[in-house]
Write a protein that binds this ligand. Structure first.
Ligand code: AMP
Ligand code: ZN
Length: 464
């Protein structure tokens, strides 16, 4: 498989470190609020990556954190902790909102058919590991204590910027723009590993440490969780493009300084979903959530299809008009597939392999989901027999996860109504009242209910 690697800034052949399994780490949500559909675009892309690897025969071990402490309002260590802000907003404790929004995120993932990672770790559960890690960095001379906070010393690295496309000057001025001057830092790009002092003293969760009562910086959780559960050689690390700097840049700096060698081989970043005003936000404009889409009558899987129609490395703009178009496409697709009925045709293996290889090829090409969807359409349009078509569609859906094969659900009320009418018709036939029997058949037919008289009795089929 070929995948775009932010580290090398090119599309590369994917070669896992070990034949046994692919290790994959995903930056999880900051659970201070609902996830917006932009966040979920990234999780859909990562789900496609994991399922593609599975489809190609790899065994994937995937770990994700849940950020429930230390992510400040600005990614560059300034402002109030997002969790504290969220708790205040709702007059609840930090742990209460963390629990609530983690559950909401899980439900969003279920509705979008995003597989829950094998291991999910809340940041607050691993504090002793962070302390050990920071002590290790201090011993090696990569970290320093200044006015109560522990900082990572970025001047100790020659290749601090290796993940970003920016040059040093651009990044430094970017950081200067967003950070209120922290006079404790030796270098502008140094970042906090452990806070005991911040402007906001109402931090709810604090832990004892060698440097005093405090709490971890944001980046440390991902390094320590990944190391603990996936070891020192990570194959893939994912996130949205906004994570490249400073979050992933800082993760690499501290992790490689700690372990003393290269850590992760492939960095995979999903481009942003924007709304018509630009950057998607939880505070400005309409807060677009899966709940909101459902309330407006949209099927969450239509949003998944909308994402798959474009490439994860391209920015995507969300509008309701485009979601309406995707709804139309999805409904037509499902109805076409419904019209392909299982029969007694034999699955033609050579044809199955031909289309399956085309599907794999599209995904192996840096996850080209829109080409993969084209292969799906080609199968539907083809003159393959029904069972071969259905087998291919079922197989593709292991990756696409669009619930392509749907059983017609007939509700109980309809079934009892049909049974009642069948009984009435048999009664009419018994009484030689064929006119009435025919009328009942016709009335049912108009409703899409087809009766079949068999030796065992009358059966029915609902065709719409
Ligand atoms: P957060 O909950 O803010 O930590 O973000 C969760 C994930 O969503 C991270 O991987 C972010 O990089 C990603 N993300 C944030 N905003 C967007 C967006 N507008 N489009 C796509 N992904 C995003
Ligand atoms: Zn992370």
């Amino acid at each position: 498989m070929k995948i775009y690697n932010t580290l090398s800034k090119r599309i590369e052949e994917f070669i896992p470190y070990s034949q046994k399994e692919v290790t994959m780490y995903t930056c999880g949500p900051t659970v201070y609020h609902y996830a917006h559909i932009g966040n979920l675009r990234t999780y859909i892309a990562e789900d496609i990556l994991e399922k593609t690897l599975n489809y190609l025969g790899y065994n994937v071990n995937r770990v994700m954190n849940i950020t429930d402490v230390g992510h400040l309002s600005s990614d560059a260590d300034s402002g109030e902790d997002k969790m504290v802000k969220g708790a205040k907003r709702e007059h609840k404790t930090v742990l209460e909102i963390a629990k609530y929004y983690t559950e909401c995120f899980k439900k969003d993932c279920e509705r979008l058919n995003i597989k829950w990672p094998d291991t999910v770790v809340p940041a607050t559960t691993l504090i002793p590991d962070y302390i050990e890690f920071i002590e290790g960095l201090m011993k090696k001379g990569y970290a320093y204590l200044a006015n109560g906070n522990v900082y990572f010393d970025t001047s100790k690295l020659n290749d601090y910027y290796k993940l970003t496309n920016h040059n040093v000057e651009e990044l430094i001025s970017g950081v200067r723009d967003t950070v209120e001057e922290d006079t404790n830092k030796k270098n502008k790009t140094d970042f906090v590993l452990w806070f005991t002092k911040s402007k906001f003293e109402d931090q709810e969760l604090k832990w004892d440490s060698p440097w005093g009562l405090g709490y971890p910086g944001w980046h440390i959780e991902c390094s320590c969780i990944a190391l603990k559960f996936l070891g020192e050689h990570l194959d893939i690390h994912c996130g949205g493009v906004d994570n490249i700097f400073p979050h992933h840049t800082n993760e690499i700096a501290q992790t490689e300084s700690y372990i003393g060698h290269k850590w992760c081989n492939y960095w995979v970043h999903t481009e942003h979903l924007n709304d018509t005003t630009g950057k998607m936000s939880k505070s400005n404009g309409e807060f677009l959530t899966v709940d909101l889409l459902e309330k407006k009558g949209y099927n969450p899987l239509v949003y998944r299809l909308f994402c798959l129609q474009s490439h994860y490395k391209n920015q995507l703009t969300f509008t309701y008009e485009s979601l309406d178009i995707a709804t139309n496409t999805y409904n037509k697709l499902i109805s076409k597939i419904k019209s392909i009925k299982k029969d007694d045709s034999e699955i033609i293996l050579s044809e199955f392999d031909k289309y399956n290889n085309q599907f794999k090829k599209a995904l192996e090409d840096n996850l080209n989901t829109s080409n993969a969807l084209t292969v799906l359409y080609d199968v539907i349009k083809s003159n393959l027999n029904n069972n071969t078509k259905l087998k291919l569609i079922e197989s593709f859906d292991n990756v696409l996860s669009l619930n392509l094969i749907q059983e017609d659900k007939i509700d109980d009320e309809l079934v009892s109504y049909i049974k009642e009418m069948i009984e009435k018709r048999s009664e009419a036939k018994k009484n030689k009242n064929f006119e009435e029997a025919d009328l009942i058949r016709k009335q049912l037919e108009e409703k899409g209910i087809i009766l079949k008289d068999t030796r065992e009795g009358t059966t029915f089929e609902v065709i719409k």
